[in-house]
Design a protein around this ligand. Structure first.
Ligand SMILES: NC(=O)C1=CN([C@@H]2O[C@H](COP(=O)(O)OP(=O)(O)OC[C@H]3O[C@@H](n4cnc5c(N)ncnc54)[C@H](OP(=O)(O)O)[C@@H]3O)[C@@H](O)[C@H]2O)C=CC1
Ligand SMILES: CC(=O)[C@@H](O)[C@H](O)COP(=O)(O)O
Ligand SMILES: [Mn+2]
Length: 400
């Protein structure tokens, strides 16, 4: 068994912390090579100390200085690299065999793509990378023989339920015998709240997910169900599945993480506690199954599993996501970028929860109404992403 040396991009976040928890359980199989943080430098220092990481990546000179000041005397500090380009360089570094892509938002795309170009084992949590540049990313994985393992719980579940070829790559057609992918969704904290109360909800209420503990951005996405929309687009790219063959099913308990429906009428499901250490351990251990630290699911204590149709009136962001996937890549880039701006604005108490969908819809209208630029390269994608952010920020200001 080859020792894995893991580069954890976004190590100070929710996925990053869970990844370090799993790695620490398997010193004989894996170790940390590199870590990255954006604002939580103190936490990064503690992580680097505990894991003996060789490299850390921070965003700027001020963060570097802070890291140096906080590093305890008496032990050699890790190499400190600075800036977005250093993230790409570290993701592609010979020192790493495996890259956990756990930066939030499209900011994580360049480093995830660099890992693919370098032919790494990529554990992909950063769904926004696929939403913005799914075609480019999957093509890069294919061309450079990278190994791609989905970490997002639903996609990890689907990966586990698909006919196993023992390979973790980038399929160019749907798996044989599969009729549909059934993506489960909790419905978030506002699934049953009276519709007229939704405009009053606070950021903390939106971040109080009923089943999962996650970062604030994805928690708001779960509350609007834009998260499920991003996941439909993610599933389309990961499994080469046409949008008509992807169904979203509300499952409030978040115990069935997703399902694959086969031509013969069988449905295969993956179940487990809502704890991201299970998919993370699956990715780190693949093809072996390794301990994740997650307890067993008590089915008799649970008693029942519920399923229902999503309500597109309550969750307009889900409708917008299906429409964007149908409209093409420019719309998907705009959907994601406008959402990132709208969610940040909501978390900052500048716009209301119910205005998030409006910002996205207006931005999509403005961007996709213009001539679609070429989107063949990372630079093209990032240019449209930046343009959308400017437009969405204007709409947020108008609504504030
Ligand atoms: N949390 C979960 O359970 C799940 C998350 N995902 C996906 O995984 C990704 C990470 O989510 P989550 O861990 O919840 O997010 P968090 O907000 O908890 O963590 C995000 C990480 O990214 C870093 N970061 C933020 N902005 C930048 C930037 N501009 N450049 C570089 N690094 C940055 C943060 O650094 P710092 O903290 O130092 O500021 C942090 O390490 C998202 O794409 C999410 O959709 C998917 C499924 C489940
Ligand atoms: C843990 C995970 O994968 C999240 O994306 C989670 O699925 C969010 O839950 P819902 O979006 O279904 O509420
Ligand atoms: Mn998910």
């Amino acid at each position: 068994m080859k020792q894995q040396r893991v580069c954890v991009l976004g190590s100070t976040g929710s996925i990053g912390e869970n990844t370090l928890d799993v790695i620490a359980r398997h010193p004989e199989r894996m170790s940390v090579y590199a870590l990255s943080a954006y604002s939580r430098i103190e936490r990064l220092v503690a992580q680097a100390w505990d894991t003996r990481a060789q490299v850390v990546v921070v965003p700027d000179a001020a963060a570097r200085k802070r890291f140096e000041q906080l590093w305890p005397a008496g032990r050699k500090p890790p190499e400190i690299r600075v800036g977005a380009q250093a993230l790409e360089q570290t993701a592609a570094d010979d020192g790493a065999t495996t890259v956990m892509a756990a930066i939030v938002g499209a900011a994580g795309l360049p480093a995830a793509l660099a890992a693919a170009r370098a032919g790494k084992r990529i554990l992909l949590a950063n769904k926004e990378a696929l939403v913005a540049a799914g075609g480019l990313f999957m093509q890069t994985v294919r061309e450079h023989g990278a190994e791609l393992l989905p970490i997002d719980s639903e996609h990890n579940a689907i990966f586990q339920c698909l006919p196993q070829s023992g390979q973790a790559g980038a399929p160019s057609e749907p798996a044989k015998g599969v009729r549909r992918l059934l993506l489960t969704a909790s419905g978030g904290p506002f699934r049953t709240m009276a519709l007229d109360l939704l405009s009053q909800v606070t950021p903390d209420q939106a971040c109080a997910h009923p089943n999962w503990r996650m970062g604030r951005k994805i928690s708001v996405d779960s509350a609007t169900m834009l998260n499920k929309g991003l996941e439909v687009i993610e599933a389309h790219w990961l499994f080469a599945m046409p949008v008509q063959r992807i169904q979203v099913v509300i499952h409030p308990q978040s115990m069935v993480h997703s399902m694959v429906e086969y031509e013969d009428g069988s449905i295969l499901a993956q179940l487990g506690q809502p704890d991201m250490r299970t998919p993370i351990a699956y990715g780190l251990g693949f093809p072996d199954r390794i301990d994740s630290g997650v307890g067993l699911l008590g089915l008799t204590a649970l008693g029942r599993l519920d399923f229902e149709e999503p309500d597109l009136q309550r969750f307009p962001c889900l409708r917008l996501s299906f429409e964007a996937l149908g409209a093409g890549q420019a719309a998907c880039i705009a959907l994601n970028a406008a959402n990132e701006i709208a969610v940040a604005s909501f978390l900052d108490s500048k716009i209301r929860f119910t205005q998030i969908a409006g910002v996205i819809e207006s931005s999509l209208g403005r961007i996709t109404g213009c001539a679609t630029p070429s989107l063949a390269s990372l630079e093209d994608v990032l240019a449209l992403d930046a343009q959308t952010r400017r437009v969405a920020a204007e709409f947020c200001l108008e609504m504030a």
